[in-house]
Structure formats: C-alpha cells, structure tokens
Design a protein around this ligand. Structure first.
Ligand SMILES: [Zn+2]
Length: 170
C-alpha cells in the first residue's frame, strides 16, 4: 500500500527555453518505503512544451550550499534551479547576490544564470566586471557557482555538483 503523492511545492516560473512565465513547477512528496521519501519534480511549460523531470531524496531539503566548478562549455549548459530563498555567489567574479524580496525562483542553465546576473548587477558592476561575466559566459574563465539556500529547494543538475549542509550559527 502506497500513499498518494502530496504536492509540496507549486510555482509558476519563467521557462528557460521560451522565457515566458508559463513553466508550471510542481513537486510531489512520495513515500517509496524501502527507498525512503522521494521528491518527484514534474515541471511543464504550457507555452512551448519544455519538460523537466527529476527524482531526489526528500532528506536533501535542508539548508544547504551547492557548488559547481564550471570548467568547460558543457558545464555552462548544466540545468540549475535557484529558489527564491537562495543566494548566488561566484567568488572568481566577485559576485554575491542576496535573495531579494522580489526575486523569484527560476530554472535556467549556468549560462542563463550569468545572463540574468548581467541584467541584475548593472548597478554595482563596472565595465571590467561586466567583461568578466561575458568571458565566463563564453567558457573562457573557470569559475565556481555557489548557491546558498536556506530553504534547501535549489539544485544543480550535475554529478559534479558538491552539496554541503549549512551550519546555522546562533
Ligand atoms: Zn517554455
């Protein structure tokens, strides 16, 4: 006997392919008994048909830091999800973006994240820093993408990604 999967996350996101806000993101919690609790993601864009599916252990939904070293063009195509609660840090580029109140979660590629950052950092990023972001987008710089997420919702879809728990200080 298995329980019905429960919806634990539901949000309308910007689609990484067609860029319209029609990506219906739904996560289900599923009790697979022997395999433990699993989170099934079934995300579907109603505009262009893009689909994202994923299964991961529920236990990973704790405050965590995810790190990915971007070393080649392939790494730039890695799918990532930044939740609305996540901070983005790229030490090599001197970038640190706090989860702003208005900022929404989004799914994108690493390259797409840099594109979004380029839009967002306009205020404090000078020309030199913009050029570095552009170089990073072309795969000319090795850098580390760090997502710090207190909600534990974010993910990087890569076997190279390193996940560490956030140690909360009092
Ligand atoms: Zn779409």
């Amino acid at each position: 006997m298995t329980e019905e999967p429960k919806i634990i996350f539901e949000e309308l996101l910007i689609c990484p392919v067609c860029k319209t806000k029609s990506l219906k993101a739904i996560d289900y919690l599923y009790d697979a008994h022997d395999a433990g609790k699993l989170v099934l993601s079934n995300w579907y864009c109603e505009n262009c048909g893009y689909r994202f599916r994923d299964v991961k252990p529920y236990e990973t939904r704790e405050p965590k830091i995810i790190e990915l070293k971007i070393e080649n063009e392939n790494d730039l195509k890695t799918i990532i999800y930044r939740s609305a609660f996540a901070k983005i840090i790229i030490p090599e580029l001197g970038i640190e973006i706090e989860p702003a109140g208005v900022s929404q979660g989004y799914i994108s590629t690493v390259e797409g994240v840099l594109e979004i950052l380029l839009d967002e950092v306009g205020g404090y990023c000078d020309e030199e820093c913009e050029n570095r972001i552009k170089k990073a987008m072309e795969g000319k710089i090795t850098f580390t993408l760090i997502i710090e997420d207190e909600a534990g919702l974010s993910f990087i879809k890569s076997e190279k990604a390193i996940v560490k728990p956030i140690i909360m200080s009092e």
